[in-house]
Write a protein that binds this ligand. Structure first.
Ligand SMILES: Nc1ncnc2c1ncn2[C@@H]1O[C@H](COP(=O)(O)OP(=O)(O)OP(=O)(O)O)[C@@H](O)[C@H]1O
Ligand SMILES: [Mg+2]
Length: 261
């Protein structure tokens, strides 16, 4: 069953068509990858789906409901949760505090100021949810460490944890493996699999790291100049000559991973 259905979605910036009449269907429970060269329109697509950017045309349906143009706090409350390309953790706060903020912040971004006011109280249910996610993302040992002191891989896991605190049905991750070494990206892959398998969330993943994409996704959509260049299983995408031409980043290691996916 398709959970997300995007039809003819378009975004123009002046004369530039960043996303051009794109159709995209994401199945419930899938790990679905979006790849493509820099500037292909991947982040713009995420921003329109999550409601942080208005569409110039087209329609977005989530679980059978028209969500086109809904503001982010509405899409989040329906279970559509995204992370941002430049990781968003609250650097000066501890790990558990970050997760606590996540239980409220994503759903009601406008109350940011009041979160820090003396009248704002977290409930014991919020704390319980935060502690559960803390274990889930494997950061229990870092519970009271300031987020800024964590290594990059752990900061990214925390970023995903903050998103999980908003109880996503569809989790949209924008380049979660950027800048990671192979050990970190493999841990990230396992975390993303756990999010799908144990939390039951659908995952939509924008990522340049081809080993991560090929090893993780069941289906991949390739964008180029705002349009769909190809779509299919990892092995099909890795063997597609148009993809290889548009996306020279498809190295031998990624090809090998795709062949076994
Ligand atoms: N706010 C904006 N104003 C004007 N142009 C924009 C804006 N946001 C994106 N663009 C342009 O739209 C196109 C698509 O950008 P987008 O950020 O979606 O690409 P991307 O596929 O996410 O790239 P990357 O892999 O580098 O993150 C680019 O040409 C970009 O310069
Ligand atoms: Mg981007």
């Amino acid at each position: 069953m398709s959970q997300l259905k995007v039809t003819g979605i378009t975004r123009r910036f002046g004369g530039l068509v960043a996303v051009d009449a794109l159709d995209l269907t994401v199945e419930k429970g899938a790990i679905h990858g979006i790849i493509g060269p820099n500037g292909a329109g991947k982040t713009t697509l995420f921003s329109m789906i999550s409601g942080t950017l208005a569409v110039s045309g087209g329609r977005i349906e989530f679980e059978g409901r028209d969500v086109t143009g809904l503001p982010p706090h509405r899409t989040v409350s329906l279970g559509m949760v995204r992370t941002f390309q430049r990781s968003a953790v609250f650097h000066h706060f501890t790990v558990v505090e970050n997760l606590l903020l996540g239980t409220h912040l994503l759903a009601r971004p406008t109350v940011l100021g009041s979160l820090f006011g003396s009248h704002r109280r977290f409930t014991s249910a919020d704390l319980e949810a935060a502690e559960e996610i803390l274990c889930f993302i494997g950061l229990a040992d870092y519970r009271d460490a300031a987020a800024e002191t964590l290594p990059l891989g752990h900061q990214r896991s925390l970023g995903i944890g903050i998103a999980l605190a908003a109880k996503p049905k569809l989790l949209m991750l924008d380049e979660p493996a950027a800048g990671m070494n192979r050990t970190e990206s493999e841990a990230l892959m396992q975390l993303i699999r756990d999010v799908r398998d144990r939390m039951g969330a659908t995952v939509l993943l924008v990522e340049h790291d081809m080993q991560t994409v090929m090893g993780l996704c069941e289906r991949i959509t390739v964008l180029n100049f705002g349009r769909k260049l190809a779509e299919g299983r990892p092995a099909e995408i890795a063997a597609d000559s148009a993809v290889i031409e548009a996306y020279l980043g498809l190295d031998e290691d990624a090809q090998a991973v795709a062949a076994h996916a």
